[in-house]
Design a protein around this ligand. Structure first.
Ligand code: PMP
Length: 362
């Protein structure tokens, strides 16, 4: 008998998250995982590797609370925001009974995490402008315990209207947790909902050091919520979610100096994004570039598989979003260094547009 038959049915059927690293590629310009393009330098200061680490390292919690403008008891630190996504499901959703709800096109891990736990995934497609379809959400809330909203949304790059988020929070009151995924919020800090925690006991906000803090390899993320909700998550988290080196480096990244450096990165990446947006709009093979408040741009191409493959062959690795609902012909491009942006534009400018393709001899 195959060992596979012993696995839970939902695990047998599960398609794991197709992370950029799993998809592979042989590039030298990596623009498929929304990472920062240059490695920051850190020295380890903690050497007590014979001891278990703190479950919630005090200095990291204190500094993140200061940075986010919340109280220390409103912060949970975990192995990336991905673990935060999972902890919410584990704490709030009964397998086979409760559902999570999200609005595609959006980040893929909400679905994968729910599937892993045997929790129903209910979807309400975003409107054409990628805002929330609130009436359709209101009609779909039976048994929903957890609603994920990503703002700025990955992969579309748009912010969700704050009035709509308020309406959603009112709608979900007493029924479901609303998790606002702010993984990219450093690129538009004025849009954060962290100041709303005092109004909503059922609000959770997901954050990460993987993007503007340039530490995707560290695996460190945060959940912000009121103490009652954080206490529930602490019941289901692993005893030692962060290793000693992770806590050490996270604390350094959250020092005054670390935060200043992060803000410089945001300025640089935002300038590169504006530059790339203008250049893309002049490329014949680009149909549309969508406005973004994050460290990536989504664009629709006249022949996206050809564009993807041509750049791939030149070592420029983008993220294909073709299969996501409403995103046919779309590729997502992480904003890299100015040089990397130039490489993208150079490669794209050699590709024909729709009319030129049609003019090919029969
Ligand atoms: N949320 C969104 C919207 C993301 O794009 C990502 C990173 N791909 C995450 C959460 C997960 O971040 P982390 O690296 O902290 O697990």
């Amino acid at each position: 008998m195959s060992i596979e038959n012993l696995a839970r049915a939902n695990v047998r059927e599960l398609t794991p998250y197709q992370s950029a690293r799993r998809l592979g590629g042989n590039g030298d310009v990596w623009l498929n995982a929304n990472e920062y393009p240059i490695a920051p330098e850190f020295q380890l200061t903690a050497q007590t590797f014979n001891r278990y680490p703190e479950c919630q390292p005090a200095l990291v919690i204190e500094r993140y609370a200061d940075y986010a403008g919340v109280n220390k008891d409103q912060v949970l630190v975990s192995r990336g925001a991905d673990e935060g996504i999972e902890l919410l499901i584990r704490a709030f959703c009964e397998p086979g009974k409760d559902a999570i709800l999200f609005c595609p096109p959006t980040y893929g891990m909400y679905a994968v995490s729910a599937e892993t736990f045997g929790v129903e995934r209910r979807t309400v497609a975003a409107r054409q402008d990628w805002q929330l379809d609130l009436p359709a959400i209101a009609d779909s809330l039976d048994n929903v315990k957890l609603i994920y909203v990503c703002s700025p949304n990955n992969p579309t790059g748009n912010l969700i209207d704050p009035d709509d988020l308020r309406t959603l929070l009112e709608m979900a009151k007493g029924k479901a947790i609303v998790a606002i995924d702010e993984a990219y919020i450093e690129f538009c800090p004025q849009a954060s909902c962290a100041g709303w925690l005092k109004d909503y006991p059922h609000l959770a906000i997901l954050r990460t050091l993987s993007k503007a803090f340039a530490l995707a390899g560290l695996r460190c993320g945060f959940t912000l919520a009121n103490e009652e909700l954080i206490t529930l998550l602490l019941k289901v988290i692993a005893p030692y979610p962060l290793s000693t080196p992770v806590a050490d480096i996270a604390a350094q990244a959250l020092s005054t100096e670390g935060i200043r450096t992060m803000r410089q990165r945001v300025t640089e990446i935002s300038a590169n994004r504006s530059w790339l947006q203008r250049e893309l709009e002049n490329c014949a093979c680009v149909e549309q570039v969508f406005t973004s408040d994050s460290n990536y741009l989504l664009a629709r191409f006249t022949a996206s598989s050809n564009v993807f493959k041509t750049l791939w062959d030149q070592g420029i690795i983008l993220r294909d979003q073709n299969k996501q609902p409403g995103l046919s012909g779309c590729l997502r491009i992480t904003i890299g260094t100015r040089d990397e942006c130039r490489r993208v534009v150079y490669a794209l400018s050699a590709l024909p547009g729709a009319t030129e393709t049609r003019q090919e001899p029969m």
